[in-house]
Design a binder for this molecule. Structure first.
Ligand SMILES: Nc1nc2c(ncn2[C@@H]2O[C@H](COP(=O)(O)OP(=O)(O)O[C@H]3O[C@H](CO)[C@@H](O)[C@H](O)[C@@H]3O)[C@@H](O)[C@H]2O)c(=O)[nH]1
Length: 315
């Protein structure tokens, strides 16, 4: 996402800048990105673009490296080129600020718990490897060109609009669909994996705070509380009065070639320096997601909507 303020006048016959502009994924080549940045002249750029579903990254490892890794480099290059920045000509005032969505998946086979900004990385998937590339690229542009570029190392961030392939939404949809009698079972992979799941809205607030800092610095954003997939399922099903053990089937085909067993954030730096803390608890978030899916699947206006039928049945 590229965020720019409306300029006082149209520069050189260009269209006025919109407040917020989404740059679509097909602008992956360098020249198109340079043209987009040149046209928008953003104040802030949030690079959330990625091939973000971890299991797919083993099947499409080169595409993952291209989008999740190289995409970061190209975005920074576009900002550098349009800003006329070189090693000897560093940015003047008013240069755009860049946010990179780094990921707790970079910690992978964890070296310590909880994980903070100094915890070493050990990625366990092509996705994690590509995110590490992006993370160090941001650091390198900051150090080489003095650009305002930061990474937020975000732990799992969920909400009712989460994609149905991710485990929280897969579970909230299944609990709702089973409750409504639309299906009767749910296939899952590793129930023992533990994650630090937080509410996406809280994390977006943290991202904006990071770009408002005086100095560019990286921050971990997470809740510091960890739950297993088993606990997640149990809580979501209990919310609609169901016993998960009567419906969940463990499917070995859903296990990953290499798993990240445990993630737990130490968000102390964000708390102290940004004044950031999550507002929505894990329990509230799961209830929010299950209730939202109950409404979605029971709303007769959506009954003929193929997408909703697919959501209820497939995942
Ligand atoms: N998706 C999925 N995960 C399952 C399932 N069964 C068990 N799991 C386990 O649930 C955990 C969470 O999986 P996901 O929800 O797919 O998320 P993720 O792999 O942790 O990655 C997400 O969070 C990262 C931040 O740490 C993001 O960077 C990444 O893009 C993604 O959003 C994993 O340990 C996975 O093995 C299942 O059927 N589907």
């Amino acid at each position: 996402m590229i965020r720019g303020q409306a300029p006082p006048a149209v520069r050189g016959g260009r269209r006025p800048n919109p407040e917020v502009r989404l740059v679509s994924g097909d602008l992956l080549d360098q020249a198109s990105l340079v043209a987009a940045v040149d046209q928008v002249r953003p104040d802030e750029v949030y690079n959330l673009g990625a091939l973000s579903y971890v299991p797919i990254s083993w099947r499409q490892s080169a595409t993952t490296a291209e989008i999740t890794g190289m995409g970061v480099l190209r975005m920074l290059e576009a900002l550098r080129i349009v800003g006329g920045i070189t090693a000897s000509r560093t940015p003047g005032p008013g240069q755009p600020r860049f946010y990179q969505a780094s990921s707790s998946e970079m910690f992978g086979k964890i070296r310590e718990t909880p994980q903070n900004e100094l915890t070493p990385f050990h990625p366990r998937s092509p996705y994690g490897v590509a995110k590490v590339f992006g993370h160090y690229t941001v650091q390198n542009y900051r150090e080489s060109y003095d650009m305002f570029a930061v990474s937020g190392i975000l732990f799992n961030h969920e909400s009712p609009v989460r994609g149905p392939e991710f485990v929280t939404r897969k579970v909230s949809l299944a609990a709702a669909a089973i409750k409504l009698g639309l299906r009767d079972s749910l296939r899952l992979g590793n129930l023992e994996a533990e994650r630090d799941w937080g509410f996406a809205g809280d994390y977006v607030r943290g991202m904006v705070l990071m770009l408002g800092q005086e100095k560019p610095e990286d921050f971990v954003l997470g809740t510091g509380v960890t739950h297993s997939v088993r606990e997640l399922v149990s809580m979501a099903f209990a919310h609609v009065g169901l016993d998960w053990r009567e419906h969940v089937v463990v499917d070995p085909a859903l296990l990953r070639p290499a798993e990240v067993d445990l993630l737990c954030a130490d968000p102390a730096k964000a708390r102290e320096r940004l004044g950031w803390k999550p507002v929505v608890s894990f329990e509230e978030m799961i209830a929010l997601m299950v209730d939202s899916d109950l409404r979605l699947l029971s709303d007769s206006r959506h009954a003929s909507d193929g997408h909703v039928t697919e959501l209820a049945a497939l995942w």
